[in-house]
Design a protein around this ligand. Structure first.
Ligand SMILES: Cc1cc2nc3c(=O)[nH]c(=O)nc-3n(C[C@H](O)[C@H](O)[C@H](O)COP(=O)(O)OP(=O)(O)OC[C@H]3O[C@@H](n4cnc5c(N)ncnc54)[C@H](O)[C@@H]3O)c2cc1C
Length: 406
């Protein structure tokens, strides 16, 4: 038997049910819980996995972390990188960009290099200590239905199946989002033919590369790589031809070839901490809202990692939705108006900024490097253009652009 709100006694009720405890789902849940809204996060994995994925926090995201009251804890686990650079190894030219030049526009004029699992862990611990929040690990959403009053969901654990009822369900369940699939929302876009290989090492490779900064986009035609530093590791990302089967990509021969290309023929044998290979997509969900079900983060959009916008733009989705859901739940604002606005604002920014910029970034380090280099050369002598470029690439402009979409 269900009551007037469609709830039954056997269902756990919460105002907001979040599918997926990645960085995006946890940011949403924690911010809403801090406002007194009841939240429950269901995460399929048994804990916050220490995988090597996003590791760059851009200035507007750091401002959001400050508003959440976690900036000091996050900074203590990261590395400030005010300067990032593009390098042409063929000619030795380097083009550095310094976020310090826009210190008047943000309290955080740098990238924070910090692995995403550190944010997820920190927020999971905070949520677990809150009376109006619940985090359930090893709990995978397998089905849901919605009606006029709410959403009923079913999730399986290692030994049982549980039933939930919520006012709204938020799909933050990553690239293979079951929530998106069950909604039947199309995921338009394309997949690059090549894979990306990422290697991480504790070896002090800066000792071999006097030109290196903490964040480097390195063209070495026809090769290229991204070289990033986190507090205890260097990360190297290279494209990988689709013809090679995955076991070869992850083998020692390929690893040694990558470091030889980077460090020279006399490079020592480098030990790696992580080796990951993954396919890269540019895809955006047709809508981020179907009734009482919302999509954020990788469940709503995917992009290549050049620029470091995947996790950041997902957190920006969460931030936008936090505002809209708070108005609906705490101020009785009109749900259709608020949630459709969330969809419009974030989908527009995803298409116009995140997709456009990441596709250009990938082209600009590969076949289109000459054009990118010409732009970078111009920027060196043009302070006003450099300031615009920094505002765009730091994502500050995407936040102000989003606010004027009605
Ligand atoms: C190898 C790799 C490298 C990357 N590098 C970068 C980078 O350098 N910079 C960058 O910005 N981005 C990078 N990305 C992308 C970035 O990691 C994502 O954009 C970011 O993780 C998105 O966060 P999310 O919370 O939306 O999704 P996720 O972090 O994927 O979290 C989704 C969570 O949902 C859980 N889940 C899935 N299905 C269910 C279900 N049915 N029920 C309950 N839980 C479920 C999963 O276990 C997972 O924990 C990389 C991605 C990969 C794969």
């Amino acid at each position: 038997m269900s009551d007037a709100n469609g709830r039954t006694a056997s269902e756990e009720y919460t105002q907001i049910l979040v599918a997926g405890g990645g960085p995006v789902g946890f940011v949403l849940a924690y911010a809403l819980a801090k406002r007194g809204i009841s939240v429950r996060v269901l995460e399929a994995a048994s804990h916050c996995l220490e995988d090597m994925r996003a590791s760059t926090f851009h200035p507007p995201t750091l401002e959001m972390m400050a508003e959440l009251g976690i900036i000091d804890e996050l900074e203590a686990q990261g590395l400030r990188a005010p300067i990032y650079q593009y390098c042409n190894r063929e000619t030795g030219a380097a083009y550095a960009l310094d976020l310090g030049e826009i210190a008047d526009l943000t309290r955080y004029p740098y990238r924070l290099q910090c692995e995403q699992f550190k944010l997820a862990r920190l927020l999971a611990a905070r949520l677990e200590a809150m009376p109006n929040a619940h985090v359930e690990f090893s709990r995978r959403i397998i089905h849901f239905d919605q009606d006029a009053a709410g959403v009923s969901a079913i999730a399986e654990g290692p030994i049982d199946v549980k039933h939930y009822r919520a006012d709204y369900l938020v799909g933050a369940d990553g690239a293979n989002s079951l929530v998106r699939k069950l909604l039947g929302v199309e995921f338009d876009g394309f997949t690059y033919p090549e894979s990306f290989l990422t290697l991480s090492t504790a070896y002090p490779i800066e000792q071999h590369l006097p030109w290196v900064a903490d964040v480097n986009y390195v063209a070495d035609p026809p090769e290229w790589c991204v070289l990033l530093r986190v507090p205890t590791l260097w990360r190297v990302l290279v494209p990988q031809s689709a013809e090679t089967g995955d076991p070869d990509i992850l083998g020692d021969a390929r690893k040694d070839a990558v470091f030889r290309q980077l460090l020279g023929p006399d490079a020592p044998t480098i030990t790696t901490e992580h080796r990951t290979v993954y396919r890269v997509h540019q895809r955006v969900a047709k809508t981020f809202r179907v009734g009482r079900v919302l999509l954020i983060g990788d469940s709503a959009h995917l992009n290549n990692p050049l620029g470091g916008y995947g996790m950041n733009s997902g957190i920006h989705d969460a931030w936008n939705l936090i505002d809209k859901l708070s108005k609906v739940l705490l101020e009785q604002a009109d749900p259709d108006r608020q949630l459709d606005l969330f969809d419009r604002q974030r989908r527009t920014i995803t298409h116009d900024f995140v997709q456009t910029q990441t596709i250009a970034n990938k082209a600009g380090i590969g076949a289109g490097f000459a054009a990118r280099e010409a732009l970078l050369r111009d920027l060196q002598g043009n302070a006003a253009a450099r300031r615009d470029y920094l505002q765009t690439t730091s994502m500050l402009k995407s936040i102000t652009d989003e606010a004027v979409i009605v």
